[in-house]
Every structure is written in C-alpha cells, then in structure tokens.
Design a protein around this ligand. Structure first.
Ligand code: NAD
Length: 395
C-alpha cells in the first residue's frame, strides 16, 4: 500500500462547494488530432465541480482510501513546518498542480527517500527538479492536453484585452464614467497586427488556429519546424530563433516549457529589439520573463502591455511588481484550471495512478521522465537536444 501526498490550492474563501454557475460542462469526445481523452476505469467526481482545491481532492481520496492507501491532502506547502515538508519523507507518490506547485527541489527529493512517482495534475512539470528525479529513477508524469485548449482560449482573451485596452474601459464603466476619449486613447484593433508565437506545441498551435480568423499575420519559432502544409494553411512564417521572431511582430505569445534554455529569455536585451508598443502574453511560465525587465519595458513604453497568468514564485507575493505595473492584464494562475480543465486533469491523474498501481505502462504523452531519462512528451519538449527534428505533430 502506498502513501499519496496531494498538494492542492485552498478552498474558496466563501466555503466549499461553491454555488455553481452552470449544471454541467460540455462533453468533449477527443483532443485535437484524435488524441484520446483520459480513460480511467472509473471516476469518483462530478465533472464541472471544483476538484482542484483541497475539499475537491481531485476526486481521488475516497477511491484511494478504499483501495487501502494512505492519503494526505493539504494546501500547506511553504516552510519547514508545513504539512508538505512533514509528510514528504515517507511519501511514495506526490501529486500537485502548477497553479499551487509543491516545489520538489533536489534537496526535498533527497529527503523523500521512498518517492517513486510525481504527478503534475495539469501540464508543466518544472516545479519538480527533473535532473534530480532522473538521478533517482523517479517517474514524473503530467496530464498532457488536459488544459491546452483552455490555456489557448485564455491567451486569445488576454491578447484582445491588451490590444483593445479592456481593463481600463471596464473600470470606467464600473466607476460610473463615460469619457470615451479616455477609454480609447490606447485602444487598437487586432486585425492586421503581426502575431508571433514562441513554441508551437499543443498550446501554441491552438493559439495559432484560434487567432488566424482575426485576420492577423502569424509567425512562430520552435525547435521543431511544423509541416509545410500546416504553415501554408495558417499563413505561418517560421523564424529560426526567438531573437529573429520578436523583431518582426506586434504581439508575442509564449508557450515554451520552463527549461535551462528558456529561463530569463525575455530580458532587457531581447525586449529592446521589439517594435515600440509591442504586447506580450505569457501563459507558459513566469520565470521565462525577467521580472524587472518587463516592468522597465512597460514603464518606458517599449511594451504597450503585458499579460499572462504565470508568476515566479507561486503564489506570487502580495508586493510582486507585476500586480501593479502599468498596462498589465495579469490574472492569477487560472487559465489551465477552469472547472472544465479540472475534470480532465482529475481523470488523467486517476488514469496515471491506476496504471502505476497495476504496473501497466503510463501513456507516452503523459511521461516526462521515467527510468532515469526523459521520455515521451518530456523527450520532445524538455530534453536539451531535439530527438527527431521531423517528429512535430500538427493537429
Ligand atoms: P508541448 O509539449 O505540447 O509544447 C511545447 C513546445 O515547446 C514544443 O513544441 C517544443 O518543441 C517547444 N520548445 C521547448 N523548448 C524550446 C526552446 N528552447 N525553443 C523553442 N521551442 C521550444 O506543451 P504545451 O502543452 O503546449 O505546454 C507548453 C507549456 O505551457 C508547458 O510546458 C507549461 O509550462 C505551460 N502551461 C501553462 C498552463 C497554464 O495554466 N498557464 C497550462 C498548461 C501548460
């Protein structure tokens, strides 16, 4: 029997469960490209309910306890006296979410002597030290595709919010004002703008496909070039590097994983090469951007706006400058954890656990590292060297 340590974000301050706005969520049959949805043998939750907070427990607690496992569910993850720190040393499995990440540093992995499986209930496993996991032969898996479309939708929303200057216009309406001139002095149409996509994986491609009908001019960079038919279909221009990409665009959207190569990439030097008045939307990882360089670029006018939902660290401290910098449309880390997304990543987490308990293989698209090496999605998206330059799957 295993000990499963589950770290989730806190329940709503108004209590759990919330009053749901809708009675159900749409049934999706498959992911783009025919990729299968999570397929656990059973689920113990109502799709559309709040599963990502402690009381929702990803719908796992009753099932795991019935199976005889020990389950600890907590939101207390910071500091040496936290429940996470206390329970970690004899945990076999750790589950957490990027929205409220239980940071598994090399030091913590060294203390977690029994740890064999780390599951990201969502996408993006950079909160686990993947080199340390590899050195110990720990398996790291995530629920690939569970929230990719939701993040793409949030990205498109934030592009429009920035370019049209929605936040200020909404505030004028809320405040009882009507001054149209104030409301539109920084408002533009997206139509005709040049949009650059940094990393055309599952989310980047979904952004391309959703933005194309807006009549924008699309370009991208990725370490794997997309098939020619796909580029042609969306009128995509490929650039070899982000340095080449950013010189040519009005809007940059960011969808690469956080790795040694991407950390701090959006720095003063790169931002200085962008068109004056460019916008950035980064729903990938906060640490891909240099925090203070973004503030400086907004203050100088180099950037006209910055949005995203990812911060470094998470939760961001109350005095994080991105909360108050000019022309920001930041949200907390929510794009991948809509009630719709939660149903899919809760089901995918259960599928991974079922496989692991049975000794059955975990789907390659869920695997980041296994057996001491990057595997599946991890080999494609996280490993330092590209594996096969032609392996990119376009949906
Ligand atoms: P994916 O694995 O489908 O795609 C990642 C792409 O990044 C791949 O095409 C890969 O080739 C490319 N890439 C990696 N390193 C690169 C580099 N140095 N230069 C250029 N391209 C590079 O992943 P995805 O599902 O599209 O997710 C992308 C990232 O978005 C995740 O790693 C995660 O950090 C983030 N994410 C955020 C949320 C959220 O809620 N905000 C939710 C899901 C994912």
């Amino acid at each position: 029997m295993a000990k499963i340590l589950i770290v989730l974000y806190p329940d709503p301050v108004t209590g759990y469960p919330p009053d749901y706005a809708r009675d159900s969520i749409p049934v999706i049959k498959e992911y783009p490209g025919g990729v299968a949805l999570p397929s656990p043998k059973a689920i113990d939750f109502v799709p559309g309910h709040l599963l990502g907070s402690v009381s929702g427990n990803l719908g796992l607690k009753d099932w795991l306890e019935t199976e005889g496992h020990t389950v600890v569910v907590t939101d207390d993850k910071e500091g040496p006296d936290s429940v996470f720190e206390r329970e970690l040393p004899d945990a076999d499995v750790v589950i957490s979410q990027p929205f409220w990440p239980a940071y598994l540093t090399a030091e913590r992995i060294a203390r977690a002597e029994k740890l064999q499986l780390v599951i990201t209930a969502g996408i993006g496993s950079d909160h686990t030290d993947l080199n340390a996991a590899n050195a110990r032969g720990i398996t790291v898996a995530e629920v690939t595709y569970s929230n990719s479309i939701g993040v793409a939708e949030h990205t498109v929303m934030q592009v429009l919010v920035l370019v049209r200057d929605f936040v200020k216009q909404h505030q004028i309406a809320v405040d009882g004002g009507w001054n149209i001139a104030d409301a539109v002095e920084r408002s533009y149409d997206l139509e005709g703008m040049r949009v650059g996509v940094f990393a055309a994986g599952r989310i980047g491609r979904a952004v391309i496909e959703r933005l194309a009908p807006f009549g924008v001019r699309l370009s991208y960079t990725d370490r794997f070039r997309l098939p020619a038919e796909y580029e042609e279909k969306y009128g995509l221009t490929f650039h070899e590097s982000i340095e080449e990409l950013v010189k040519e665009i009005d809007v940059l959207t960011v969808h690469a994983p956080l790795t040694d190569e991407t950390r701090g990439l959006l720095n003063d030097e790169l931002l200085a090469t962008m068109t004056r008045g460019a916008y950035i939307v980064n729903p990938a990882r906060g640490a891909i951007a240099d925090r203070d360089a973004i503030v400086r670029a907004l203050e100088s006018g180099r950037l006209a706006g910055y949005a995203g939902d990812v911060w470094d660290p998470q939760p961001a401290p109350a005095d994080h400058p991105w909360r108050t910098m000019p022309h920001n449309a930041m949200t907390t880390h929510t794009s991948g954890t809509s009630l719709s997304g939660q149903a899919r990543y809760a089901a995918g987490t259960r599928e991974i656990l079922e496989n692991w308990f049975e000794g059955a293989p975990i789907r390659p698209e869920y695997l980041i590292v296994e057996g001491g090496a990057y595997q599946g999605t991890g080999a494609h998206s996280y490993a330092k060297q590209p594996v096969h330059a032609d392996e990119q799957q376009a949906s």
